[in-house]
Design a protein around this ligand. Sequence first.
Ligand code: HEC
Length: 137
Amino acid sequence: MKQLSTLLLAILLFSCKSEKEEKEPLYQDTNSAIAEGTTSDLSPEAQLGQEVFDGKGNCYSCHKPDQKVVGPSIQEIANIYKTKKGNMVSFLKGNEDPIVDPEMFETMKTNLILTKTFTDEELKGLEAYFYSYTNQK
Ligand code: HEC
């Protein structure tokens, strides 16, 4: 009996999981973020960016909102891009030279292999997400 219920539980968990994966994970998470009231002030574009930033982009491991860790903070990058009118989408496609911290570019460069696979929509989302942190709106 115990074995049977374990089996049923396993099947149940498995079916839930595959059901979840079939849905659009991007929008699903975005909605739950709104429900929590944390990112409701972000544009839909920036919300997509945040999804990628915290999700498959793994950007958060090196970029924090307002302090330098491995990479410059989101705020610093956003402000420099705004001031210098940088093209972040093009940079993430591997078509621009770094303008924030060129000496550390080697560390960022490896991520471009990943960001080059992102859609324009995702890259523009990332840009919008960075810009949501700028203090010169
Ligand atoms: C392994 C750590 C690491 C990860 C992961 C990482 N970055 Fe970076 N990033 C850096 C470092 C270090 C710099 C500073 C070097 C530079 O300016 O290119 C940087 C710089 C940048 C810049 C400024 C580039 C410039 O013009 O100088 C942008 C934009 C950026 N990262 C976006 C991202 C995005 C988007 C992701 C996720 C897809 C990401 N980074 C993931 C380390 C990382």
